[in-house]
Design a binder for this molecule. Sequence first.
Ligand SMILES: *[C@@H]1O[C@H](CO)[C@@H](O)[C@H](O)[C@H]1NC(C)=O
Ligand SMILES: *[C@@H]1O[C@H](CO)[C@@H](O)[C@H](O)[C@H]1NC(C)=O
Ligand SMILES: *[C@@H]1O[C@H](CO)[C@@H](O)[C@H](O)[C@H]1NC(C)=O
Ligand SMILES: *[C@@H]1O[C@H](CO)[C@@H](O)[C@H](O)[C@H]1NC(C)=O
Length: 424
Amino acid sequence: MAIEKRTLFSILLLLLVWSPAGEAHNITAILDGFPDYSLYNSYLTQTKVADEINSRDTVTSLVLPNAPMAALAAKRPLAAIKNALRLLTLLDYFDAAKLHNLQGGAVLSTTLLQTTGNEPGNLGFVNITNARGGKVAFASAAPGSKPAATYTKSVKQIPYNLSVVEISAPIVFPGLLDAPTASGSNLTALLEKAGCKTFASLLSSSGVLKIFETAMTKGLTLFAPNDEAFKAPGVPDLSSLSSAELVTILQYHALASYTPKASLKTSTAPIPTMASSGAGKYDLGVTTHGDDVTLNTGVDHSRVASTILDDTPVCILTVDSILLPVELFGKAPSSAPAPGPEGPSPSLPPSPSEAPAPSPKKAKSPSPKPHSPPAPPTGSPGASPSDAPASDDKPADDKSSATALLAGTLTSLFSAVLALASVL
Ligand SMILES: *[C@@H]1O[C@H](CO)[C@@H](O)[C@H](O)[C@H]1NC(C)=O
Ligand SMILES: *[C@@H]1O[C@H](CO)[C@@H](O)[C@H](O)[C@H]1NC(C)=O
Ligand SMILES: *[C@@H]1O[C@H](CO)[C@@H](O)[C@H](O)[C@H]1NC(C)=O
Ligand SMILES: *[C@@H]1O[C@H](CO)[C@@H](O)[C@H](O)[C@H]1NC(C)=O
């Protein structure tokens, strides 16, 4: 009888910790339970590789105990550590049984590093082999690589979505740890090299470059439009803007936080930019489809294209088109036909005084408000860019209400368990 009660109790407990299909896993929370991997876990958080892992349905984390992790990280920039952690994240499910019985004795597995598109050939793959004596060996897929690490033990499995497995040493290949770093970087030169010359020259002529350079020590994410974007049809003539408006637009292309692409995907509310006033103005909407991330200004959409630099706390991304804030450009600037010789940018509101553009004084004291948390979408209509005709927002709403429902169910379950526990 007592056994039956205990069984019932266990079932209820199981229900309590059960996570429904589709509910994402949280690698940080899982590794929190293992002090041996605290360093590894801390670097997953700092580099935000944790966000990339959590966004995958099927993933295997090859974790390192604190000693080899400390050796890997020693004196290295976070950009290098981020690449190493990505190579240790396999985009397939490998538990102990599968690792020890590889079909044909070997397999090449793709990793998060391969998804960056920055690695030539198959450098973003890991070569797993069944070696002699039942050992499982891991090596880079770079030609001539020797096995660098071996399987040590299984840590945690959520079949068939997430597996955490300990290995003995990092997997590296020549060049893996040479990622460009923020500290050694000249922002202008980086942008020019990435095909964003026009943007770079606007930054320097407007003085906004200084603001961004200062922000690079605390947190900066830049959305740099490429040179093509400035030549696209329907782009307003930026030279007709007041200098305050230009400063606002340029600051609208930046966040005062480290938010790489995978982390953008996790945002559920409009995110404040460096032009944001704190009342939901000049915020950016984000929508995600698979690996694609799109920014919505309320006027237009712009796709996040590539990553130029990713070194905590700085991330520089390119975007396909200029971000035109709805606060300055109304609803549809591109509907304006190519202007005659006399006047470009007809859709600009004629009163620049109305725009909460930063004064030159503000330009000299950087990192103002944007550190405040994202203002949740308030009821005030028109204040947030998310009122654009974006039906994409729907699934997010559904998901959050599902989460609320689940929270309610869990609360009742918890009460049930407590009640039962008091009986036992
Ligand atoms: C597990 O993976 C399947 C598909 O591979 C996916 O549909 C499901 O949502 C995932 N579950 C979790 C908990 O991530
Ligand atoms: C994952 O868990 C950590 C605590 O271990 C928490 O701080 C974090 O917010 C969680 N992330 C998500 C996406 O729920
Ligand atoms: C994988 O590693 C094994 C053992 O070191 C080696 O024989 C094989 O050639 C490697 N395969 C690739 C594609 O690198
Ligand atoms: C940064 O690069 C630009 C263009 O390549 C150059 O004009 C400028 O002098 C450099 N700035 C510094 C501080 O090196």
